[in-house]
Design a protein around this ligand. Structure first.
Ligand SMILES: N[C@@H](CCC(=O)N[C@@H](CS)C(=O)NCC(=O)O)C(=O)O
Length: 397
């Protein structure tokens, strides 16, 4: 059964009735197991939300409440449940310790705090389902199908739906044979060991800039089954989500903002001001560079953008960092002897954290194998013109 249905979390009357019986003294069906778990809801407009819920398992019900002793948000009448089992990585979005409770109507995806806790819940729910079947000999009945969507979600643990129309299709990344704007995509796919194929920027008429009529203008373009998209920020969000670089602490609205900040700084400011020595000098030394970097620094919790776990935003920052350094910042720093990011340890730590990944050094399978051992050759078209560096001063043109 698929779980791609609008979510709900408006408790069915029968769930509430059974829960209220449970809380009375003459409870015929005491709780077998209780505890906090995180439940994935099948939200609207492609957004899946993960919410912490207090779960109560009885002999005939798995109910979930907003808090322990709080309001019943929904539940599964176990006579309608078919099984409890480990979730596949597609179902969990690569989150660890997830399990599925399947019913005739939908699959509930639930995350436990550890694999051991997951086993405990699967065992307890399975025992309850088996006991009901033994008693009634029943086949699954239609269960609670609440009709109303729960309150509008504000970013507690949100994951985009990345289920493509053909979930088993290999991801295609169309880009030139360099890391460039697709670098974070290749790095995330490599790190998560998600199979993909690199194709050239002009292949398959996938971009409108090169003969296509797809609505995707320029590389990078990601094609996943019947779904495709371009723009490095959007591709980064899609591939990052697909690869599971979505820590629980990630706020998707802030993630979008951070990626836009990164593009503004690296592409639209740093990447434009480096076209002549005077502008570059004014940008780097006149206060604007520091102001922009300081602002980005304030957004990083540390050691990564959203805390302990790395997210797709961190890969995006690292890629822009690498590109700017390879193209001109390293050369500028060598010329002036300055470390322009010395006062910004958090940004440095994000870049260093991504660069420290084993997959970062091993680019096997990407279009750019050997890039770091042959930097001058790979970057010769992108490196800053030495004359601009020579003219790096307040009064030259
Ligand atoms: N804003 C777009 C820019 C895309 C872009 O400029 N792609 C370059 C390669 S990095 C390209 O090949 N453009 C072809 C063109 O504009 O005709 C993004 O971030 O993906």
């Amino acid at each position: 059964m698929s779980d791609n249905q609008p979510d709900d979390e408006v408790a069915d009357q029968e769930v509430v009735r059974r829960m209220s019986v449970l809380t009375t003294t003459e409870a015929p069906s005491p709780a077998i197991k209780t505890g906090e778990l995180t439940k994935r809801s099948g939200g609207q407009i492609g957004i899946k939300n993960w919410r912490k819920r207090w779960f109560v398992l009885t002999s005939d019900l798995l109910a979930y409440l907003d808090t322990e002793g709080g309001t019943v948000k929904g539940g599964i009448l176990l006579e309608g449940a078919t099984e409890a089992r480990d979730a596949t990585s597609a179902e969990s979005g690569n989150k660890p310790s997830c399990f599925v409770v399947a019913t005739a109507d939908r699959d509930f995806i639930i995350r436990a705090a550890s694999d051991d806790v997951r086993v405990e819940w699967i065992t307890a729910i399975t025992d309850a389902i088996v006991a009901i079947k033994a008693k009634t000999g029943s086949t699954p009945a239609v269960v609670s199908t609440p009709a109303v969507v729960e309150d509008v979600v504000v970013a507690d643990e949100v994951t985009l739906v990345v289920a493509a129309a053909k979930p088993d299709a290999k991801i295609l990344v169309y880009y030139w044979p360099i890391l460039g704007r697709a670098g974070s995509l290749f790095r995330m796919l490599n790190e998560a060991k998600v199979p993909y194929e690199h194709r050239g920027g002009t292949d398959d008429a996938v971009c409108d800039a090169f003969g296509g009529e797809t609505g995707n203008f320029a590389p990078p373009v990601v094609v996943d089954g019947d779904f495709s998209l371009s723009q490095s920020t959007a591709c980064n969000l899609y591939i990052g989500t697909k690869c599971g670089f979505v820590p629980d602490s990630l706020n998707p609205f802030l993630a979008a903002k951070y990626m836009a900040d990164i593009v503004d700084f690296f592409e639209l400011n740093l990447g434009k001001k480096n076209e002549n020595g005077k502008d570059l000098y004014e940008f780097m030394e006149g206060g604007r560079f520091e102001k922009m970097v300081a602002s980005m620094e304030r957004n990083i919790v540390g050691p990564y953008y959203f805390g302990e776990e790395k997210s797709y935003v961190d890969f995006f920052l690292a890629q822009n960092w690498d590109w700017a350094h390879e193209c001109f910042l390293t050369a500028l720093q060598e010329k002036t002897g300055k470390d322009y990011f010395a006062a910004f340890p958090k940004i440095k730590a994000v870049a260093a954290g991504i660069q420290a990944l084993a997959s970062y050094k091993d680019l096997t399978g990407t279009p750019v194998e050997g890039m770091f051992t042959n930097r001058a050759e790979k970057f010769k078209d992108f490196s800053i013109n030495p004359e601009i560096l020579e003219a790096y001063s307040p009064d030259s043109e």
